[in-house]
Design a protein around this ligand. Structure first.
Ligand code: AMP
Ligand code: MG
Length: 342
């Protein structure tokens, strides 16, 4: 299949063609403010099944449905409670996915057989325009082969997914870099099923009680029932062995990383800008300084590490607070739970 590439900063009218492809049951790679998505018409069961095939995604891992206005939501969600409405008023459009009871129009392959559906109204203008012109909600997981780091720029994913889609909408590097926060309201409390840019603190600020699911940082047993099916899968992992190290004492952290460099010479370090010069190795990658920078860079860096052909990658951890919780959730999985906290 020939894929059509559209640089949206140069050629905005191409979105119409991509929307037509969505209507015709085809797949499109498109930008959102979190990561790139691989999307299909959410009402078209056959089109949705192509997403699972393209990604090699397990059928029990549900997709998020993307909308561009609240009218669309009414057609998809069975009821919108008071707390959900408050979340919508405060955080949509934006990087927050809310779980609702689904209406029958949504095929079961979108929700992996569940009676609930995750819905998000992205703030990225290209995403909004694509959904609007397609005249249907778009089911889309992150654009990556399952298990690999999510795609935050087209150059990173074109080899693995480029030939499997009809159109590619390039909007440069994604702003946020980690996927949306996924929440579900139970008994008037918000449960965070996957941490993201919208944090526990952000939600508490609008007067809602928040519970962080403990499974966010733990390895799930395969038979365990999880609230968010994606949590049980290996994710974001480079092929090279990775070790995540964190201490809130900077000197301890740097000493521990240097100790590991002594033991294993074939090594690559991913560290904060201000710490990089303190590591006794030539092989280093700059994660950025702020949590926002680290969040934006992390997936593209995880995709780079294999090209170094080293035996071990050491990644500096961050404090599990605010956006740091989302970063650590992704990094712990990227390292296959190979994690030291000092
Ligand atoms: P991805 O689109 O690859 O970022 O993955 C979407 C994730 O959202 C899934 O892996 C699930 O963990 C979560 N999710 C989507 N729909 C639901 C749902 N109905 N209930 C619980 N979690 C969901
Ligand atoms: Mg994903």
């Amino acid at each position: 299949m020939k894929t059509n590439y559209i640089n949206t900063t140069k050629k905005i009218e191409g979105i119409e063609l991509a929307a037509k492809a969505i209507k015709n049951g085809k797949l499109v790679l498109f930008p959102t403010e979190t990561v790139y998505g691989i999307g299909a018409n959410a009402f078209d069961e056959k089109a949705v099944s192509k997403i699972f095939k393209a990604k090699g995604r397990e059928g029990d891992n549900p997709l998020i449905v993307h909308i561009c206005d609240l009218e669309m939501l009414k057609n998809l969600a069975e009821q919108i409670g008071e707390i959900e409405q408050k979340l919508i008023n405060n955080f949509w459009p934006g990087p927050l996915t809310i779980i609702f009871n689904k209406k029958p129009v949504i095929p079961y392959n979108v929700t992996a057989g569940l009676e609930t559906v995750g819905i998000r109204f992205p703030s990225n203008k290209i995403a909004q325009e694509l959904i609007k012109l397609s005249k249907c909600p778009i089911a889309a997981p992150s654009a990556n082969i399952s298990g690999r780091p999510s795609g935050t720029k087209i150059e990173d994913i074109i080899d693995e997914l480029g030939k499997k889609v009809e159109y590619i909408l390039d909007d440069g590097m994604a702003d946020i870099g980690v996927e949306s926060t996924v929440v579900r309201v139970i008994d008037d409390k918000v449960h965070i099923l996957r941490p993201g840019k919208i944090t526990k603190e952000d939600i508490e600020k609008i007067g809602i009680k928040v519970i962080i699911e403990k499974q966010i940082m733990e390895k799930c047993k395969s038979e365990e029932k999880v609230m968010s099916p994606g949590m049980k899968y290996k994710h974001y992992a480079p092929r090279t062995k990775c070790l995540l190290i964190y201490s809130n004492n900077q000197q301890k952290l740097i000493n521990e990383i240097n100790k590991n460099i002594e033991l294993e010479k074939s090594i690559l370090v991913l560290g904060r800008t201000s710490n990089l010069e303190k590591y006794n190795t030539q092989n280093k990658l700059d994660m950025g300084e702020t949590l926002e920078e680290i969040s934006k860079n992390i997936f593209t860096l995880l995709r780079k590490v294999d090209s170094y052909k080293v035996k071990l990658v050491i990644i500096e951890g961050v404090k599990k607070e605010g956006l740091g919780l989302a970063i650590m959730n992704r990094l712990i999985r990227a390292c296959g739970y190979n994690y030291i906290e000092l």
